[in-house]
Design a protein around this ligand. Structure first.
Ligand code: ARG
Length: 462
């Protein structure tokens, strides 16, 4: 293939090397950003008199036609092109000859690719945040409906204290709100224009970087040309935020898998989000949640691939950096797909409040409340803790639960026990009394609910 950069080299590139070098399969998705970036560049070249305004207009119009043709399917992106930048420029030149050859004045593919990638990921950040908001809305809906549904809360996967399912679910809403914030932060720092940094050192032409930056919606221009072309922090930051998001989704998935197991029976996933087994007729597998959990691996991997690719790279651009896109695009695609399936899966799951309540009744999860009962009667917490520990040991021996031990036995352990202890250790009381900020009571739930609702309102998710 005829290379636009052929000049210094006279011999043809080996076919295998050419294929190896090509990134078109990965970067062709940035065709729109590449064209829009070139339009902004051409407009600036015209405005500054670097090229004539007639040439500038012809370039812009032709780029517009190329964009239309790609979007309508009339023009397909050549699979053997070196990359999307070369493809668009070659197409432009094939349409308008020498005028097209003027576009790359005062520009390098190094600032061009950095520009395209920032533009592309900037939009994806918005799309991902929108999908996170949809998931938060689904979680919120189920949480609201279950603000008084009692379940066992766990530590060490051992039943610990009674909580509500609504409170448990909103823990995920909090994580997801932070995720959206991290992606928003990444987007803000990403929104800096590298266009005009050129190959690495800037240019001798009287370009106007502020003009191209403003027309492309950037908040600022990169102030160091070497940094502008070699910085991929914006990929690393986004990949980090997405890795953290996947970590959250993997934890949520794990719980959904547990909850929908026969052993827990807390929820039943809709048939629309489960699969059967090819051999075991009784099976209903939570494949979507398992896949999301599994896919967290590749999103972590992409982060490490990018960090490792960048490690020790001398300034400025190095071809190693072409590897950035495959990793970050895979993280973006994976996360979007996971969020897309997760929200309706959560929204449609059937909640078995009775099974949750039953599980909360065993396991002495009101033992802390029994100790607190003694504390309220004046005992130091450590002594109360010890007494209740002995009572639990007694109950285990007698195969009973705290609610069923007779008052005389209680009095034998501590004279401070009275008949009101039974009310104090009821699951409903345990939940209702946890009124501290951020606690599981309905009153505390209202505050966190309002916080989540305000977030959704701000992000216009109804
Ligand atoms: N396809 C290349 C990439 O993705 C474009 C930049 C090439 N620049 C260069 N000097 N070879 O990184």
């Amino acid at each position: 293939m005829n290379k636009m950069w052929a000049g210094r080299t006279a011999g043809a590139l080996d076919k295998t090397a050419d294929d190896f070098n090509s990134s078109i399969a990965v970067d062709k998705r940035m065709y729109r950003q590449d064209i829009e970036g070139s339009m902004a560049h051409a407009a600036m070249l015209g405005a500054k008199g670097i090229i004539s305004s007639a040439d500038s207009s012809l370039i812009i119009d032709t780029l517009g036609a190329i964009l239309d043709d790609i979007e309508s399917g009339k023009l397909s992106i050549a699979a053997d092109a070196e990359d999307i930048h070369m493809f668009v420029e070659a197409e432009l030149t094939s349409r308008i000859g020498d005028v097209g050859r003027r576009l790359h004045t005062a520009r390098s593919r190094n600032d061009q690719v950095a520009l395209d990638l920032r533009l592309y990921l900037r939009d994806e950040c918005e799309e991902i945040v929108a999908r996170i908001c949809k998931l938060i809305a689904a979680v919120f809906k189920v949480a609201e409906a279950n603000k008084t549904t009692i379940m066992p809360g766990y530590t060490h996967l051992q039943r610990a204290q009674p909580i509500t399912f609504g409170h448990h679910l909103l823990a995920y809403a909090m994580m997801l709100i932070r995720d959206a914030g991290r992606i928003g932060d990444a987007k803000r720092r990403m929104n800096v224009s590298p266009l005009g940094c050129c190959a690495l050192a800037g240019t001798t032409y009287p370009i106007d970087r502020a003009m191209t930056a403003a027309s492309l919606g950037f908040g600022a221009v990169a102030l160091n040309s070497l940094d502008g072309v070699s910085d991929r922090d914006f990929c690393v930051e986004l990949e980090s935020a997405l890795a953290i998001l996947m970590m959250h989704l993997s934890r949520f998935s794990e719980e959904i898998i547990l909850w929908s197991s026969f052993e827990f029976g807390f929820v039943t996933l809709s048939d629309a989000y489960t699969t059967g087994s090819s051999i075991m007729p009784q099976k209903k597998n939570s494949d979507m949640a398992e896949l999301v959990r599994g896919k967290s691996g590749r999103v972590y991997g992409n982060l490490f691939a990018t960090l490792t690719m960048l490690k020790g790279l001398p300034l400025a651009y190095n071809k190693d950096m072409q590897e950035d896109k495959e990793a970050v695009f895979d993280s973006v695609d994976t996360v979007k797909a996971c969020l897309e399936v997760f929200a309706p899966m959560v929204e449609t799951m059937e909640v078995h409040a009775d099974a949750m309540y039953k599980a909360a009744q065993g396991g002495f999860i009101n033992a802390t409340d029994l100790a607190d009962y003694l504390v309220k009667k004046g005992e130091p917490f450590r002594s109360a803790y010890k007494t209740v520990g002995q009572i639990v040991a007694y109950a285990v021996r007698e195969k009973t639960v705290l609610d069923d031990i007779p008052l005389e036995i209680y009095k034998g352990f501590d004279a401070n026990f009275d008949a009101d202890l039974y009310e104090a250790i009821k699951l409903e009381t345990c939940v209702k009394k946890r009124v501290s900020a951020g606690g599981t009571s309905e009153a505390s739930f209202a505050a966190e609910r309002d916080f989540v609702a305000a977030f959704l309102e701000k992000n216009e998710v109804k």
